[in-house]
Write a protein that binds this ligand. Sequence first.
Ligand code: ARG
Length: 274
Amino acid sequence: MSQHRIPRNRTYLMCPPEHYEVAYAINPWMDTATPVDAELAVKQWERLRETLTGLGHKVHVLAPEPHLPDMVYAANGAFTVDGVAYGARFKYAQRTAEAAAHRAFYEAGGWDFRAPTQTNEGEGDFAYLPRAHGGLILAGYGFRTEPAAHAEAQDVLGRPTVSLRLVDPRFYHLDTALAALDDGNVTYYPGAFSVASQRVLRQLFPHAVLADEADAYAFGLNLVSDGRNVVLNSEATGMARKVEAAGYTAVLVELSELKKGGGSVKCCVAELRP
Ligand code: ARG
């Protein structure tokens, strides 16, 4: 395929892993017995931030807070569409306090912040495709975000919101199983979804780039794309080949330490859509 993919400048929010550790286990990737190299985590995170700014994107930095080791996974703090920020409400007590830090960021920045009444983990379980079907929200459930939050997101953000059921505990957030490659197309691992949700995805995105289990297991779907440059972790070599074959440019970053918390590129990056 020789398609010309056009990048669009983005604005992101990230939070450095200054207090990162695996102190509890709330997903199958986390093992409190595996040591984490905290210094290396910060270095790898810095490289990711520099990679994004080097591509011409703006990165806001949220101040990390002690005793919130998962705060580095900034994608989970909210979900924004057209200047409206739908706040997060975390499933597990260990992360609850992160929501307030994100809320303060959006309120200080003049966003129309909407506090959630339903459990949802922000962009971890929500994706936005501005040019698919006139503007479409994809929403995951099954492990973290409640389906009632999908309806709430639709009410708050005014976009059709399609619920997709996640069925594999290794891929507990939507962003571990599906990613927007550009404004209208996605890549996903079908096996992470229920049979019915796979059908829904085929119907909505007949030209999706399909990933396999090995791609998903290497966190290859936990990517950030600007429409041309697809930033993904260096272990996801198979996925890098697939996005290149589809006409995108793969940009690899090492994130071995943050993988131990059950996340990679996308988990560390919330996109801000003003
Ligand atoms: N340890 C974090 C958790 O289990 C990882 C979050 C990953 N974030 C994401 N957007 N998938 O909540």
